[in-house]
Design a protein around this ligand. Sequence first.
Ligand code: P1T
Length: 393
Amino acid sequence: MTSSQQPPADFRDPRFGFETRAIHAGQQPDAATGAVVTPVYMTSTYVHSEPGVYNGYDYSRAGNPTRDAYETCLANLEGARFGFAFASGCIGTTTVMHLLQQGDHVVCCDDMYGGTYRLFETVFRKQGLDFSYVDLRDADALEAAMRPETRMVWIESPTNPLMKLVDIARVAQIAHASGARLMVDNTFMSPYFQKPLLLGADLVLHSTTKYVNGHSDLIGGIVVTDDDALQEQLDFLHRSIGGIQSTFDSYLCMRSVKTLAVRMRAHEDNATAVAQFLEAHPAIDWVAYPGLTSHPQYELACRQTSGHGGMLSISVKGGLEAARRVMARVQVFTLAESLGGVESLIEHPGLMTHASLSREQQRKVGITDGLLRLSVGIETQADLLADLEQALR
Ligand code: P1T
């Protein structure tokens, strides 16, 4: 460095904008080579100069420089210091549930990803945890559901698939008043549109399979916190349970995060157009998209998030038969589970993502035969509208 050069900036500094931090936080040119892009450190282990003496890393389950850079970047975008990258959203959830003990109780929103519900009901209930599912659109309903042994409140907002919103700040207050932690699954919004930790949540989870990676070519999860005690426990669980994100997939996620902001804006633009088009269409009963003024919680959406994302659900007139016809006819939209990728997807929650809920449970939360969920991608908007037009004709 010559005397006129500035020291390198710390891009974790919140005075830098979201896009700048998405591209630079946690990442400096490589000290050894000057490589501008963080190298993919494909190594399982690291040299010790003598037993127990090593240069920060000893084994890649415990730590890897590529994964570290990505974890730092994503945590920073959520307004936090600590991130733990996992091989899937589900193993992230599993690891978080190991913060709890037999006899503990968790209150969840009643509408949530079917795989999370299945994990709670079929795996963790057997381990001695108890779960209550509550419609938390009325945040005050949480108060009645809290018990002395409630240790965690687990929410999605918006919920998958019905796009119900939960008032995160209010729910955080109620959880904390009883000494419980609040976990928010922020998969649908991504940190670009919603930052639950800044609203009072203790933990944030993403299925990074979705918007964070955004290209539908890997499975991943991340858990983020700014709490020192949770950091210590999660660090231990992350390396002990070992459900870590691979080095290469960490690199892919970090690469994708650099374009998260532009992708999210494009998703939202297209989703808004699709939602407005469908709302006006005679073959559709209703559209659930938080960016429509007809969404019953539109005011909360505007207060809590800085945008409305790319996900929406619709109820097709004519039930299952009509829904099947739409799924069979689409050409630009692909019939597939998952969401948050650049390509548009359509799926039937009752038969696909939420098939692990009993029919009765589905009915209770509002998953009907005519319900379709759309993940609106970033293709040319006119092509998406034309595709839906011809499919609904
Ligand atoms: O699939 P995985 O990366 O393990 O993440 C699970 C998960 C967690 N949370 C939410 C809100 C999710 O939507 C998911 C996965 N969801 C789908 C595959 C889906 O189509 O809804």
